[in-house]
Design a protein around this ligand. Sequence first.
Ligand code: PGA
Length: 262
Amino acid sequence: MKKLIIANWKANPVSAGEAVRLARGIEHGLKKVKAEVVVAPPFEFFLPVGRVLRRAKLGAQDIFWEGSGPYTGEVSWQELKKLGVAYVIVGHSERRRLLGETDEMINKKVSAAIKAGIVPVLCVGEPARIRKRGINTAKNFVKIQLQKDLVRLPEVSAKGGSAAGGKGQMSKVVVAYEPIWAISTQKGAKADTPENAAEMIRYIRSVLNSKFLIRNSTVIYGGSVNAKNAARFLGHPEIEGALVGGASLKPKEFLKIVAAAS
Ligand code: PGA
């Protein structure tokens, strides 16, 4: 299976010209690459960046659950769909923490993405204070996030229910395990060890399989992935890709991560 590498540009860069330059730099390096690559720029650069992308797919960093209407400042699932967005990051820890995004809101967003045919990339992960209490406490924290964020999805019903999707097919769901303390912009951040990340990802997959009957899932790691450590993460068969923040703003470095995945 192809690994999935997602560039999360966050609120960078600040000009369309720079966004296009970055996108071109990434796109040019993708000729012989076997990974699935997604570039998630800020909303305002979707058009110019979307025009540059050929092999890479366009991603969004957020989605609103209504299709249109009186929702000041939101970007709806219909708008994303019209713009050709293939993947959407949902529930990133920065949105949970800084903007008060709740599990209930995240659940609606995952649901809207599935209905729109956009693959949700659900971010889960524990803060440092939880991880200090050990990996089992962290697993429990992540399990509760998954249970709240993935409840009652349109085509992904909990065990015992039936899959209600048109053709009875499960939608594709991507889960990104991002321990908050490992995100590069956090004070004193450092990447998790590939072994811990792989263990947590195995656990997440077991929760998806047993609780939600989600078999069509991809579970990836995020948190200070860079050109130096990428091969160690992506070499693990359990780690099916990476969500990359800081290093995705440097095309050469990002392409080394993609190369490590292919
Ligand atoms: P980072 O960010 O790669 O800069 O740690 C990852 C993320 O926040 O998605």
